[in-house]
Write a protein that binds this ligand. Structure first.
Ligand code: ATP
Ligand code: MG
Length: 128
C-alpha cells in the first residue's frame, strides 16, 4: 500500500460535479508528469462502477483484450472473454450500452499511449 491519499479537494469537487451531469460526458485530466493524475482517478473511481484502463502502447488487440477483461462484469449478453472488443468503436458502444441504466466510469489513463497505436481513437471518442 502507498501513502494515504491527501488533498486534491478542488479536483475531486470538479470531478464530482462532472459525474453528477446527465448523459454521456467526457472529462480530460491533464498535468505534469508525476503530479498525481493516476492517483486522483484511482481515488475517484473507488466505490463507483468503473473500468480503469492504462494504455501501454501495446498492439490494439492486446489493449482491447485487457479492456475486455476489466469490462466483462459490466457488459451483459456477451462473453467478453470469448469474444473480446474487436475495435475501439465496439468497446465504446458496448460500454455506452452498459451505462444505459446506471452510470459507468471509463478511465483511459495514459491516453497518448493508446492513440499512438490507435490514431482513430480521439475521433471515435468525439463521435460518441
Ligand atoms: N493525492 C495524493 N496523495 C498521496 N500521494 C499521492 C497523491 N497523488 C499522487 N501521489 C503519489 O505521487 C506519485 C505520483 O502520482 P501519480 O502516479 O498518480 O502521478 P501521475 O500524474 O499519474 O504521473 P505520470 O505522469 O507519470 O502518469 C505516486 O507515488 C502517488 O502515489
Ligand atoms: Mg499516471
Amino acid at each position: 500500500m502507498g501513502p494515504a491519499f491527501v488533498n486534491r479537494r478542488d479536483e475531486l469537487g470538479l470531478l464530482e460535479r462532472w459525474w453528477a451531469r446527465r448523459g454521456p460526458q467526457l472529462a480530460v485530466v491533464w498535468g505534469r508528469r508525476r503530479v498525481g493524475k493516476t492517483a486522483l482517478l484511482h481515488h475517484f473511481a473507488q466505490g463507483r462502477r468503473a473500468v480503469f484502463h492504462t494504455g501501454s502502447r501495446r498492439p490494439a488487440g492486446d489493449e482491447l483484450a485487457t479492456l475486455s477483461r476489466s469490462a466483462a462484469r459490466f457488459v451483459e449478453g456477451r462473453d467478453l472473454l470469448l469474444n473480446p472488443f474487436h475495435d475501439w468503436p465496439d468497446a465504446l458502444d458496448s460500454l455506452a450500452q452498459a451505462a444505459q441504466d446506471e452510470p459507468l466510469l471509463l478511465v483511459l489513463d495514459e491516453l497518448p499511449e493508446l492513440v499512438e497505436v490507435s490514431p482513430e481513437l480521439p475521433s471515435v471518442l468525439r463521435a460518441l
